[in-house]
Write a protein that binds this ligand. Sequence first.
Ligand code: F3S
Length: 397
Amino acid sequence: MKLTLEEQGMLDGKYGKSTKKSMEILNTLGEIFGAECMVDVVGVQIAGVSYANLGEAGLEFLNEMAEDGKVRVLTTLNPAGMDRENWQALGIDEEFAKNQNRAIDAFAKMGIITTCSCTPYLIGNTPHFGQHLAWAESSAVCYSNSVIGARTNREGGPSALASALTGRTPKYGYHLEKNRHGQVLVKLNAPIKGTDEFGVLGKLIGDKLVELEKKIPYITGISMATVEELKSFCASVATYGGVALFHMEGITPEYTKYPLPSDIVFEINHDDLEKTRAELIDDDIEIDFVSLGCPHASIHEIAEIARLLEGVKVKKEFWITTARPTKRIANEAGYSKIIEDAGAKFAADTCCVVAPIKGRFKGIMVDSAKACYYGRAKNKFKVKIGTIEECVKEAIK
Ligand code: F3S
């Protein structure tokens, strides 16, 4: 790999121990993936923040990097294992909370903004078209590449941190124009609407791409999509298909840039969507937990939830997972009061997947296909997908 003088200096230890270690990580990655050089990144988002993922070994690595490491670019965190202010109300045990805070303190010491959210693009870590990033959360990677037209590979925790401390990432994969062409033409022949339906579509396309061993769909047939629908689609297609980039005709910024793929064409009809939706509803489910905000709820979604909860009481555990800055806006707008008066709980900084709640509930209802996947696989819950309105109805039933 060809390094600049400054990058070589980092590798030689001229800028301290953590910068040296970071450049070693990035240089090795670059060699493995055949990168010719590094590229400057404007932002980093770090995943693997929950103490449940990090453990003591991860924490030790963080503390070591925090001895002299300081971030060079805007860096934020993925959700942690708990709401940093409201963890007791969510049933998180004290030992876990203590360890989670130790991890967040280590990130803070390096100058990382400890906003723990999988939607950094909604809260200020917001790139624009063509900028290079080193992001780690799969749904956010997919959103930034596809919806914004920025460029990032899906980083692991250590490589994202290394990019934060150096401001660089090896230039390979989705940083290169030649790797951003659509590979499979997906023709949608049915109207879709809502975060749940976009999640269902993401699963359908993701499953098909795994079967075809392809990664970049070019989707036609969607006339309109909201930010919330796109974030749900990104989370789902990334979860089920490992997709980090898609093009959507008329909607995403690079759709005219590359030719329409013609070798492989995959058509989706209404019945296919219904069949896939049925796969996201478990038999004999007994719902005792409802969670909205996967990916983290936008202020628009919170306004909608408040509207639906006004004047009613929930009868089941009901979480709204969101970024803390979004919750602050909800407080100021009066939405939090309505939601909390109804008995629902905000779970800021965390979500129903990364919080340590395995086995605590029997069945979860969500509007997110990604939450269905991890609700089953990680937390051993039965799952049911529905619209936001159906989820609220279930919670108050
Ligand atoms: Fe975000 Fe948790 Fe869903 S990290 S995308 S809310 S699984």
